[in-house]
Design a protein around this ligand. Structure first.
Ligand SMILES: *Cc1c(COP(=O)(O)O)cnc(C)c1O
Length: 464
C-alpha cells in the first residue's frame, strides 16, 4: 500500500470509527453469535496472493462485527469497564504508525522518558507516596506476577533465581481475590497449595486477624511467609481489604505487601473517594489499570514499586548485543518486567491525561459513582430487590427476592432475571455469587453512560 492509498483508507477507517461511536447504541451490547459461527465464515487457509483492502474491510463489517460485544456501549454494565476514548484511539494510531519497540532507552529515548513522566504524573494524581516509581505493564496479571517474583527474590536473597526453591514460601490473600493471583503463584513456582486464602468478613474484606494467625501458624510449621496481596476493589463485589492493618502485619514479619487496585485505582484520582487507598503507601508494590476505568484503551497497566533495584535485580539480563553507552544514565525497561519487547504505551496515557485534565477524569468518575449510588437507592426502595454487598464506588451487587422460595429457587430466579435483562440488547450485566447467593452486578464505568441507561436497567428489573 503506497502512502496515498494509506491516506485514503485511513480517512475512511476514521470515519467508520467516528460513525461507530455515534451509532453504537443501535448494536446489541453483547454479541449474539453462537460458538463457531464466526470461524466457519473464514477460510481455513491464508490467501496465497494479497487481497484488496476493500474486500478485507467488507468482511470485517459483515463477519467480524456481529461477533463483537460492545464494551464502549453506554449500556455496558458487565464485568468491569474497559473504556477507551477518542483521544486514546488517536494516540494509539500514532503508536501504531511509529511501530516503536521500546525495550531499552536507545531503541526510542522518548518512549522511555515519557513513561517515567506519565507514571509519576499518575502517582501524584492518585495521591500515592512519591516513594513509588512506576513502570507500565501490559496487564495487572503481569504486574502481580512481577510482584510475586520480586517478593520471592527479596525474601530469599535472590537465591531462587540462582538455585531454584530450597524452602517453602507462602503467599496470602483473601478468599475474594482475583484469579490472577493464583495464576501468578503457579507461574512463579510457589505451588498452588502455598497460596493461603484468608477468610473475609461480612463486607467481603480480608480479616486481618486471620491473616496474622495464618502467618504465625506457617512460621511454626517451617514455612517462609513471602508475600501478602491486598485487593482494593475485588472484582466480585468491589470489597476493600484493610491494607493499613495488613501493612502493619507485613512490617512486623518482614513480608512483601502488594496492593491490587486494578479496577478501583482510578477512583483515587478523586480526593473525596480516595479513602479506600489508606495503607497503600505502606506497600512494596501497587498496581492499577488505566485500561479499565481511565479512558485509555487496552492495554495499559501501571505498576509502582518502592525499590526499583529489587525489580531490576529480579529481571535483569545483560547480553552483549543489548549493551549501550547510555546504560548507566537511563532506565532500560526490559529489566523492569517479564517481556523484552515493549509497546509505546505511555503515549496514549499522555494524550488522555492532557486532553481530559485531572478534572475531566474526576468528573467522569464522580458521575459513575453517583449513578451507581442512585441505582442502589432505587433498588433499596423496592421491596422485591435487595443489595448484597456494600456499594463501593461504581459497583452494585443486587438480586430479586420473593417470599417462600428456597435459596436454590432464588438463585434460579435471578439467573432468569439476568437473562431477561440481557436479552433486551440495550444493556449488559453479569453476575457473581456472594455467600452462595447468585446476584447481578451493575458496574458503571463506560464513558458515555448516562442516567437513562442505568434507569433502563431498573425498568427491566421492575418489568420482570
Ligand atoms: C481486572 C482485575 C485484574 C486483572 O486485570 P488484567 O489487567 O486483565 O490482568 C486483577 N485484579 C483485579 C482486582 C481486577 O479488577
Amino acid at each position: 500500500m503506497n502512502p496515498d492509498s494509506f491516506r485514503k483508507h485511513a480517512h475512511e477507517f476514521v470515519d467508520w470509527i467516528a460513525d461507530y461511536f455515534e451509532t453504537i447504541e443501535q448494536y446489541p451490547v453483547k454479541s449474539r453469535v453462537q460458538p463457531g459461527e464466526i470461524k466457519q465464515q473464514i477460510p481455513g487457509h491464508a490467501p496465497k496472493s494479497g487481497e484488496p483492502i476493500e474486500a478485507i474491510f467488507h468482511d470485517f463489517q459483515t463477519i467480524i462485527m456481529p461477533g463483537i460485544s460492545h464494551w464502549q456501549h453506554p449500556g455496558w454494565f458487565a464485568y468491569f469497564p474497559a473504556n477507551n476514548s477518542p483521544v486514546s484511539v488517536l494516540a494509539e494510531m500514532l503508536t501504531a504508525g511509529l511501530g516503536v519497540q521500546g525495550m531499552i532507552w536507545d531503541t526510542s529515548p522518548a518512549a522511555t522518558e515519557l513513561e517515567e513522566v506519565v507514571t509519576s504524573w499518575l502517582r501524584d494524581m492518585m495521591g500515592l507516596s512519591p516513594d513509588f516509581t512506576g513502570v507500565i505493564q501490559d496487564t495487572a496479571s503481569t504486574a502481580t506476577l512481577c510482584a510475586l517474583l520480586s517478593a520471592r527474590e527479596k525474601t530469599t536473597g535472590f537465591s531462587v533465581n540462582k538455585k531454584g526453591f530450597e524452602q517453602t514460601l507462602r503467599v496470602y490473600t483473601s478468599n475474594q481475590t482475583h484469579s490472577s493471583i493464583e495464576k501468578g503463584v503457579k507461574i512463579a513456582g510457589f505451588g498452588k497449595e502455598n497460596l493461603v486464602y484468608i477468610e473475609s468478613d461480612e463486607n467481603f474484606a480480608l480479616k486481618a486477624d486471620q491473616l496474622e494467625k495464618a502467618i504465625k501458624a506457617d512460621l511454626e510449621n517451617g514455612f517462609v511467609p513471602c508475600c501478602v496481596i491486598a485487593t482494593l476493589g475485588t472484582t466480585s463485589s468491589m470489597a476493600m481489604d484493610p491494607a493499613k492493618d495488613m501493612a502493619a502485619i507485613c512490617k512486623k514479619y518482614g513480608i512483601w505487601l502488594h496492593v491490587d487496585a486494578a479496577f478501583a485505582g482510578t477512583a483515587a484520582i478523586v480526593p473525596e473517594l480516595r479513602g479506600f487507598m489508606e495503607g497503600s503507601d505502606l506497600a512494596d508494590s501497587f498496581v492499577f489499570n488505566p485500561h479499565k476505568w481511565m479512558l485509555t484503551n487496552f492495554d495499559c497497566s501501571v505498576y509502582y514499586v518502592k525499590d526499583p533495584e529489587v525489580l531490576k535485580q529480579t529481571f535483569s539480563i545483560m547480553p552483549e548485543y543489548l549493551k549501550t553507552a547510555a546504560d548507566n544514565q537511563v532506565n532500560n525497561y526490559r529489566d523492569w518486567g517479564i517481556q523484552l519487547g515493549r509497546r509505546f504505551r505511555s503515549l496514549k496515557l499522555w494524550f488522555v491525561i492532557r486532553h481530559y485534565g485531572i478534572e475531566g477524569i474526576q468528573q467522569m468518575v464522580r458521575r459513575h459513582v453517583e449513578l451507581a449510588r442512585k441505582f442502589a437507592s432505587w433498588i433499596q426502595d423496592e421491596p422485591r430487590f435487595e443489595i448484597l454487598a456494600p456499594v463501593n464506588l461504581s459497583l452494585v451487587c443486587f438480586r430479586m427476592v420473593k417470599p417462600g422460595l428456597s435459596p436454590e429457587e432464588l438463585n434460579e430466579l435471578n439467573k432468569k432475571l439476568l437473562e431477561y435483562i440481557n436479552q433486551s440488547g440495550e444493556v449488559y450485566l453479569t453476575h457473581t455469587i456472594l455467600n452462595g447467593n447468585y446476584c447481578l452486578r451493575l458496574s458503571v464505568g463506560q464513558r458515555n453512560t448516562e442516567k437513562r441507561h442505568v434507569k433502563r436497567v431498573f425498568e427491566l428489573c421492575e418489568g420482570f
